[in-house]
Design a protein around this ligand. Structure first.
Ligand code: BES
Ligand code: MN
Ligand code: MN
Length: 463
C-alpha cells in the first residue's frame, strides 16, 4: 500500500461513525423520482449532496435545473495533465410499496447483520455516498485529488432519465473529460468483485384494449361481442412462444449474436444454477431455448408483462364483459437493438394480431439503449487493479441484465468510454422491500475508489 493510503486509512478510521451518520442522513430523504409528491424530497436530496460537495472543497457546485428533478454538478480540476473523469451516480430511488413487507420503515435506516437497511442503501445512494466520502478523504488528507473529477449526480435514473440527454447535450462543451465512471452496478453471485461490461437496454410500453364504453352483462351480451380481457390475453400470448422466442417480426434483426468467446467467458463464471434457483425459491428456471441462464439474463433480449389488469377484481363473482383491459409490457434489449425501432415493431405486431371487435392502442412509456464496453481499455484494467488491491481478489467480468440508459448516452453524446465500477451485492433487494447494502462492501469500496484515482493518474487515458 503506498504511504499515501496510510493517511487515507487513518482518516477513514477516525471518521467511521460520522460517515455512517451521513450515509443515514442521505437515506432518510425519500427521494422517489417517480412520484410527483416527492419532488420536494428529490430537491432536498440534491441540495444535501451539493452541501456535502461544497463542504469538502469541490468547486462550481450547482443544483442544476433539467426541467425535472435537478442534477447535482461539481468539479475539482487541479490535477493538471492527469485524466479527467466524470463520476455518475443517481440520488433518486424506487417507490417503496408494498410497505407491509418491510421489516423497518424504508426511510428510517438501520444497521442489521452488517448491512445498512433502507430504500436506496444500495441503489444508488449508497454508492453515491461512497464517492462523496472517498473525495472528502483525499481532499482532507492530501489537499488534492490524483485526477480531475466532474460529478454528475442525477435525480431521474429510476424514471428513465427523461431529461438527462438534453442536459448533457446542452452542457457538452462544459463536460470535457477522458472517461466516465458509473457506480450503479454490483458484484457477482456470492458477493464476488466484478466489473460490468454489458448492460441491457429497455423498451417499455402500455397496451390498452377497450370494448363497449361500460361493462356489459356477460349473460345478455356474452358470445355476441369481443371481450377486451380475452382479447388482451390473446395479444399477449401472441408475443412470445413456448420456447421463449419473441414473435414480433424483425425483433431479432439487430441483435449482435454472442461470439464463441462471449459464451465461453460467461460459462467460465462461478455460477451454480441450483443455488440460484433455490435462492429465488422457484420450482424451475425458465427462458429462451438454446441459451444458458447467464446468457438469458445478461446477453439476450426479453419480453415481459410487468402488470396486467381489467375487469372485476373484488371478492366473489360478478358476471360482466369488462369495458377495458390493460397491460404494461417491457423488453430488455441488447446491442445493437434500438428502443424506438423495437417499440414500432411491437406496436405494429400488437395491432396486427389484435382481434377486430375491440380498439387496441400501444403507448410508449420510455426506454433506453443497451451498452457494451471493452475489458481491454486501460481505464477498465486500472479499475480491476484497484478492486484486486482492496478486495483481495481479481474481479470477474460480467454482463448485467439491468439498464442504465445514460451509459449509452455518455458514449453517444460526449463520445466517452464508460467504466461500470459498482459495489453492491446481488442479494441487496434493490427495488424490493428490505433493500440493503453490505457495509463491508461500502467501506472497502471507498478505498477502491481512492485507489482507482491513484491508479488512473498513472496510466495514459484518452489523448
Ligand atoms: N442500478 C440499476 C441498474 C442495474 C440493475 C444495474 C441491475 C445492475 C444490475 C438502475 O438503477 C435501474 O434500476 N435501472 C432501471 C432502468 C429503467 C428505470 C429505465 C432498470 O434496469 O429497470
Ligand atoms: Mn441504480
Ligand atoms: Mn434502480
Amino acid at each position: 500500500m503506498p504511504a499515501t493510503m496510510t493517511d487515507i486509512e487513518a482518516y477513514l478510521d477516525a471518521s467511521a461513525e460520522r460517515r455512517l451518520e451521513s450515509y443515514r442522513e442521505l437515506l432518510r430523504i425519500p427521494s422517489i423520482s417517480a412520484l410527483p409528491e416527492h419532488a420536494p424530497d428529490c430537491r432536498h436530496a440534491a441540495e444535501w449532496i451539493a452541501g456535502q460537495l461544497n463542504a469538502m472543497g469541490v468547486e462550481h457546485v450547482e443544483v442544476a435545473e433539467t426541467g425535472g428533478h435537478p442534477v447535482v454538478y461539481g468539479d475539482w480540476l487541479h490535477a493538471g495533465d492527469a485524466p479527467t473523469v466524470i463520476v455518475y451516480c443517481h440520488y433518486d430511488v424506487q417507490p417503496v410499496d408494498p410497505l407491509d413487507l418491510w421489516d423497518k420503515p424504508p426511510f428510517e435506516p438501520q444497521i442489521r447483520d452488517g448491512r445498512m437497511l433502507a430504500r436506496g442503501a444500495a441503489d444508488d445512494k449508497g454508492q453515491l455516498h461512497m464517492h462523496l466520502r472517498a473525495t472528502e478523504a483525499l481532499l482532507a488528507t492530501r489537499g488534492r485529488l490524483p485526477v480531475n473529477l466532474r460529478f454528475v449526480f442525477e435525480g431521474e435514473e429510476e424514471s428513465s432519465s427523461v431529461h438527462l440527454d438534453a442536459w448533457l447535450e446542452a452542457r457538452r462543451d462544459r463536460l470535457s473529460a477522458d472517461l466516465v465512471v458509473i457506480s450503479d452496478t454490483g458484484f457477482f453471485e456470492g458477493n464476488l468483485p466484478a466489473i460490468t461490461l454489458g448492460l441491457r437496454g429497455l423498451m417499455y410500453c402500455q397496451i390498452d384494449v377497450t370494448g363497449s364504453p361500460v361493462d356489459l352483462h356477460s349473460g345478455a351480451f356474452g358470445g355476441a361481442v369481443e371481450n377486451p380481457a380475452n382479447a388482451l390475453a390473446r395479444i399477449i400470448a401472441g408475443l412470445k412462444d413456448a420456447d421463449g422466442r419473441i414473435l414480433v417480426p424483425g425483433f431479432y434483426d439487430d441483435v449482435v449474436e454472442l461470439s464463441a468467446a462471449d459464451r465461453a467467458s460467461l460459462a467460465a463464471l462461478p455460477f451454480d444454477e441450483d443455488t440460484y434457483r433455490t435462492g429465488l425459491n422457484l420450482p424451475a428456471l425458465a427462458g429462451e431455448v438454446g441459451y444458458t441462464t447467464l446468457e438469458r439474463r445478461g446477453a439476450r433480449p426479453t419480453l415481459d408483462v410487468n402488470g396486467i389488469w381489467g375487469g372485476f377484481q373484488g371478492e366473489g363473482a360478478k358476471t360482466i364483459i369488462p369495458a377495458h383491459a390493460h397491460a404494461k409490457v417491457s423488453c430488455r434489449l441488447v446491442a445493437d437493438q434500438d428502443p424506438d425501432r423495437i417499440f414500432e415493431l411491437v406496436r405494429h405486431h400488437v395491432q396486427a394480431i389484435a382481434p377486430a371487435g375491440v380498439r387496441t392502442t400501444v403507448t410508449s412509456l420510455g426506454g433506453g439503449n443497451p451498452s457494451l464496453t471493452s475489458m481491454d481499455h486501460p481505464a477498465t484494467r486500472a479499475a480491476a487493479r484497484a478492486l484486486e488491491a482492496t478486495f483481495g481478489q481479481a474481479p470477474l467480468y460480467i454482463r448485467e441484465g439491468g439498464s442504465i440508459p445514460v451509459c449509452a448516452s455518455f458514449g453517444r453524446i460526449l463520445g466517452l468510454p464508460v467504466v461500470l465500477l459498482g459495489f453492491t451485492n446481488p442479494d441487496d433487494n434493490a427495488h424490493a422491500p428490505n433493500e440493503s447494502m453490505v457495509l463491508a462492501n461500502h467501506e472497502t469500496g471507498i478505498r477502491t475508489i481512492v485507489r482507482y484515482w491513484d491508479e488512473l493518474a498513472e496510466v495514459p487515458i484518452g489523448a
